[in-house]
Design a protein around this ligand. Structure first.
Ligand SMILES: Cc1cc2nc3c(=O)[nH]c(=O)nc-3n(C[C@H](O)[C@H](O)[C@H](O)COP(=O)(O)OP(=O)(O)OC[C@H]3O[C@@H](n4cnc5c(N)ncnc54)[C@H](O)[C@@H]3O)c2cc1C
Length: 566
């Protein structure tokens, strides 16, 4: 296997560039981030600093002089940015990544070089896919490209696209076959400056309740000439390219959105320690400690699944068509649920746009698009459903376990091969294999009992998925079929957590794993594995660890790294 170890981080780690969030003079501190949000603008100074840091290099493959070599490193860097400001994270970061991924996946050499140069010079690429009339239903997108003597003539609209007005280039998804559908669309890499002014017009900016600084734009094309060399991939290949390249971005998004939850938990701890009620701190109220402990456990569970998913891009590319939507579905749901729980602790302060805790309301508004943008949660389940009967048949009974490297967070990874990502998911479900192996060797410890519990759940899922009716493998699936796919994602998270903890040895406390598994088990219903006393002890330890990390200035995720400048 062609392995590479983690490349040295960029000269100045991003957290150092972002600086102390509480310093009022910091151009990237919370005060500046909130002021930009109130104005509905991107934080201009933040964008300048990110350009100086060379953030775009994280999105450009190493062979084109960028730093995109490892998906886990990319996710770590973006997570640091999202911890500070999701608007910068999406408007400066993720939007160009999503667009350019189509180019790395299938662009011609000249197109890759051009986009690499554009990004390395601080430019932007917009992903012009969405049309308000069609949403997730990309197969019905109507913006049309007709062949012409010099290339193509585009007619139609694109809407709710980040940075569409100010990006130097766009990846345009247009219909090229009269019926649309899976082979009826094509992608084009278009330079904005090359479009004749009279044939393209900017539609008014679209305003949103969260991500207020991100410019969501629309554009209208009227017989707009696009040169022949703009063709990205082949005619009719548009959807196939989407399905392949978005396996990367749909894997990275879950890992990234853990950043805002980390900040929200930190704000909640700060509030609970500071706020005095009934002659004590709010943090002394047992119920409040429990809410915080559970949100922390959810963050760690989400991190276990998302970290394994991101590493899976390198190690099991042939199965990512299941793991990427599973992570996108479960993690976005858990993060939004955790925000909701934490809001109950902050009460009024979770609602006020001013004062020390105002970042909470901003983050709580910024995070919901994670549940519907770049594929909705229900569409994720619809993507997973048709794959379940095959996985149940081939992998869930006695499939092979995963290569241990997938659980070795931060450890060496084989080269990322975009050409091996398979939208049809022909690979085996090795995470299920790992779970069954763990259950097979389980002892009477609590971890052993959890392994057995989740393996039993997988066994029950197997029986149900083998009996799924053809209709339940389509968008017309019954709620019961959706529930099976939902439970499957929880099993994947549990398998990931069990294996990540086992691999980490003493580096991750055992009690914390029990809290993580208890939370995941709670999503399945049924009799808890932990007794009430065991659960209270576990949650007490989780709260204590969260507090320790908060006071030490280390992140609350699995990396537990220092996140504020010394
Ligand atoms: C902050 C932000 C930034 C964005 N940036 C961009 C961008 O840069 N480029 C771009 O092209 N777009 C962008 N979008 C648009 C985004 O891609 C759309 O929100 C997305 O395509 C979903 O469309 P929709 O929300 O209209 O949902 P719809 O597709 O209209 O869905 C409506 C309902 O149907 C359900 N549904 C839809 N499809 C399925 C399915 N297959 N199975 C089951 N249920 C389904 C949904 O869950 C939902 O309940 C952005 C949106 C936001 C909010």
């Amino acid at each position: 296997v062609n392995t590479l170890s983690a490349r040295p981080a960029t000269a100045v780690p991003l957290d150092r560039v972002l600086g102390d969030p509480w310093h009022t003079d910091n151009p990237l501190g919370y005060a500046a981030v909130l002021a930009a949000d109130e104005r509905g603008e991107m934080l201009a100074e933040g964008e300048r600093l990110l350009t100086r840091f060379g953030l775009n290099a994280e999105f450009v493959p190493g062979e084109y002089d960028g730093r995109f070599v490892r998906a886990d490193r990319l996710a770590d860097t973006l997570r640091a940015l999202w911890r500070r400001d999701p608007c910068l994270g999406l408007g400066y970061g993720l939007s160009s990544l999503i667009a350019s991924m189509n180019v790395w996946t299938c662009g011609a050499e000249s197109q890759r070089r051009w986009v690499a140069r554009l990004l390395l010079n601080g430019g932007r690429v917009a992903a012009a896919f969405h049309e308000l009339d069609h949403g997730n239903d990309l197969g019905s997108a109507e913006c049309f490209a007709h062949p012409s003597s010099t290339g193509w003539l585009v007619t139609g609209r694109k809407e709710v696209v980040a940075n569409l007005h100010r990006a130097e280039a766009m990846v345009l998804f247009a219909r090229t076959g009269s019926k649309g559908g899976s082979r009826g669309h094509t992608q084009f890499l278009v330079e904005r400056a090359s479009l004749p002014a009279g044939r393209v017009s900017d539609l008014p900016r679209i305003h949103s309740s969260g991500m207020r600084g991100v410019q969501l734009d629309g554009m209208r094309f009227e017989d707009c000439p696009v040169p022949a060399q703009a063709l990205l991939g082949q005619v009719g290949q548009g959807m196939e390219i989407v399905l392949r390249s978005y396996l990367v971005t749909r894997s990275v998004v879950p890992a990234v959105i853990i950043g805002p939850l980390d900040t929200a938990l930190r704000l909640t701890l700060d509030y609970a320690l500071d706020r005095q009620l009934y002659r004590g701190a709010v943090a002394d109220i047992p119920y409040v400690r429990t809410v915080i402990a559970r949100a922390f456990a959810d963050l760690l569970a989400a991190d276990a699944l998302s970290s394994v998913t991101v590493r899976g891009l390198h190690l099991v590319p042939e199965t990512m068509a299941v793991y990427a939507p599973a992570a996108k579905y479960l993690v976005s749901g858990m993060v939004v649920d955790a925000f909701s729980a934490l809001r109950s602790v902050l009460g009024t302060q979770a609602y006020l746009r001013g004062g020390r805790f105002a970042m909470f309301q901003k983050l709580a508004r910024d995070i919901p698009p994670a549940t519907f943008g770049h594929i909705s949660r229900s569409a994720c389940l619809v993507t997973i459903l048709p794959q379940l009967p095959r996985l149940a048949r081939t992998s869930w009974g006695r499939g092979d376990p995963a290569n241990e490297a997938i659980f070795d967070l931060g450890g060496p990874l084989p080269v990322l091969r975009l050409d091996r990502l398979d939208p049809a998911a022909r690979g085996d479900d090795v995470l299920a294999g790992t779970l069954n192996a763990l259950a097979g060797s389980a002892d009477a410890t609590l971890e052993g009992r959890y392994a057995a519990r989740f393996a039993e759940t997988l066994g029950a899922l197997r029986a149900h998925c083998l009996a799924l009716a053809p209709r339940d493998l389509t968008i017309n699936a019954s709620p019961a079929a959706f529930a099976l796919a939902d439970r499957y994602t929880v099993v994947l998270a549990a398998a990931s957590a069990l294996a990540v903890w086992r691999r980490a040895g003493d580096r991750l406390p055992r009690e914390v794993l029990l809290g993580v598994l208890d939370r995941l088990d709670g999503r399945l219903g049924g009799q808890p594995v932990l007794s009430p006393v065991e659960r209270e002890e576990t949650e007490g330890k989780l709260f204590a660890l969260a507090l320790e990390r908060f006071r030490d200035g280390t992140s609350l995720d699995l990396s537990a790294r220092p996140i504020f400048p010394c």
